[in-house]
Ligand binder design. Structure first.
Ligand SMILES: Cc1cc2nc3c(=O)[nH]c(=O)nc-3n(C[C@H](O)[C@H](O)[C@H](O)COP(=O)(O)O)c2cc1C
Length: 283
């Protein structure tokens, strides 16, 4: 779904610019890129792809890419996984032929695959969502959201997960390309306080609560449509970050940052798998 330039222009005329104005000149110089995605999806590389995950903001409102693109993915021998944030979305994905469903709970960091409803009250925590999806669909279900250590993985498995997807715990790994203010926030006590916010992109995403989220959000109806809010806030973000301030930055993170380690991602993965194998079963 390509956001229209008109949506951005309306945002400027009636709302978000006005909200950002008090924070300084940066807020008045907005570049409405209107980039969208224009139906363009990832280039398939037959020699590498094994699993293709369609999830989150890149397919919001549509659930999955076109049947033609899915057929091309399958022709490469790849499996298709996609994420569901409600039981209804899981059923929808099963009916549209995915190979596995990711049960993406409300605790998860960043954007999530919300696509059947804009109503955030439909959103469910991981350990409530997972068993309901496991009961509803015949596919393997992968648990995501708030899992940060081997005990969490074992708990998800006990509730019927075939695997887990972990994001936040990897954010301090050297491979993560987050910026310095994001790293600092993750290492601080403030990482315990997160919220769903739309003010950084126009779509709800979970991040550590900061100055702009407290003052304008976390959900603000004047926010321009996705992804136009990103360029609206970019000048303020750049100025603040140049002063080592995270006040205007999207500090994307889930509710459980306790598993974050400044260690290579492979080491963290081995540690998780090792502890699991060593007996972190819930029995
Ligand atoms: C920084 C960050 C950005 C993310 N961006 C997306 C995204 O764009 N789309 C999506 O479906 N999930 C996104 N996620 C969620 C992950 O795919 C995964 O489901 C989640 O990280 C698992 O929960 P956890 O963060 O509690 O470990 C993001 C997660 C993080 C931490």
């Amino acid at each position: 779904v390509t956001p229209s330039v008109a949506a951005g222009a309306d945002g400027v005329k009636y709302g978000f610019k006005w909200w950002l104005y008090p924070y300084g000149d940066g807020g008045t110089r907005m570049a409405w890129a209107g980039s969208g995605f224009g139906g363009q999806m990832p280039i398939i590389m037959p020699e590498y792809e094994l699993v293709v995950v369609f999830t989150g903001w890149n397919i919001h409102d549509v659930g999955l890419p076109s049947a033609e693109l899915l057929a091309r993915v399958r022709a490469c021998g790849s499996k298709i996984f996609s994420s569901a944030t409600t039981v209804e979305e899981a059923r929808w994905l099963e009916a549209h032929g995915v190979d596995a469903v990711i049960a993406q709970g409300l605790e998860a960091g960043g954007h999530r695959g919300i696509f059947l409803s804009e109503d955030l009250t439909t959103q469910v925590g991981t350990f409530a969502l997972l068993p309901q999806i496991v009961r509803e669909v015949k596919l393997p279900v992968i648990a995501a959201g708030g899992i940060a250590d081997a005990r969490g993985v074992a708990a998800a498995m006990a509730l019927g997960a075939a695997g887990v997807q972990i994001g936040t715990a990897y954010l301090l790994c050297p491979e993560a390309t987050i910026d310095a203010v994001h790293r600092a926030a993750l290492k601080s006590e403030t990482a315990r306080h997160t919220a769903l916010t739309n003010i950084f992109t126009g779509r709800p995403a979970r991040g550590i609560v900061n100055h702009i989220m407290k003052e304008l959000g976390p959900i603000n109806s004047a926010t321009p449509a996705f992804p136009l809010a990103t360029s609206a806030i970019a000048p303020l973000r750049a100025i603040a970050e140049s002063h080592d301030s995270s006040d205007f930055s999207p500090l994307l993170a889930g509710q459980n940052a306790s598993g974050c380690k400044e260690a290579p991602a492979a080491d963290l993965t081995r540690e998780l798998a090792g502890s699991l194998a060593a007996g972190y079963q819930l029995s």
